[in-house]
Design a protein around this ligand. Sequence first.
Ligand code: DGL
Length: 256
Amino acid sequence: MIKVGLFDSGIGGFSILNELFSVLPAAEYFYYSDEAHAPYGPKSDQEITNRAIIITEELLKKNVELIVVACNTATASSIDELRSKFPHVPFVGVEPYLNAYYKMPDGNKKMMVLTTESTGKSERFKRLKERLDPNSNIDHYPLKNLARLIESYYHHPDDKNLFESEVKDELLFLKSKNYTHAILGCTHYPLITKYLEKILQLKTISPCPYIASRVVALVKNNDTDAHSNTGFYFFSSLINQWELKNRSDLLLPFNQ
Ligand code: DGL
């Protein structure tokens, strides 16, 4: 049985886990949600790297054969250090899919990339942006609160109206700018694609399907057949223990 580990500051990485359930259903999944230290967005590289190392050690105790750093912020700050500290572990990171601009036909396209503050400030993101978008065709906006709002809605989905109005406030400054596409540079954001597309009147671009394909390409025993595996293991750093959860409940609050 293939065992795959994932982690994020919270439930943002569910956007990747959800793709993995479709393309690699037979694997056993171990998801670490670092809620006790969320959000990562305002934290320093060193703080996030310290957490990423502790989390990796916990996932390795479960004998995972590969770890998805299901968080743009942790990828930007920590993946190099993780790869050098754990050279035997394949790590798959996530970065905003900036290639999208150049893959799309010329014409009426105006794109932006949305990230957390920490990702936006990171050297890794700056290098990626310079390399993939040397003419600065894609505008970049760091969002201070969006990941936190999504995280808190997931845990308290009872007040949908409040959530929608807070998301609208956070995005207000982007509304009149007439973007046609938003590249989502935080794994929390694809969880609310339908809100983002409605509020901003554009199409969103998520890296999650590409990350899932990368995992499929890397796993050794590539058994992609449908399977009766209906659960996944979930660890919250607030509770400090592994729980078995239902796959079908993964995105429940966002599907209502
Ligand atoms: N989901 C994360 C990301 O992809 C982190 C959000 C946060 O904790 O600030 O960047």
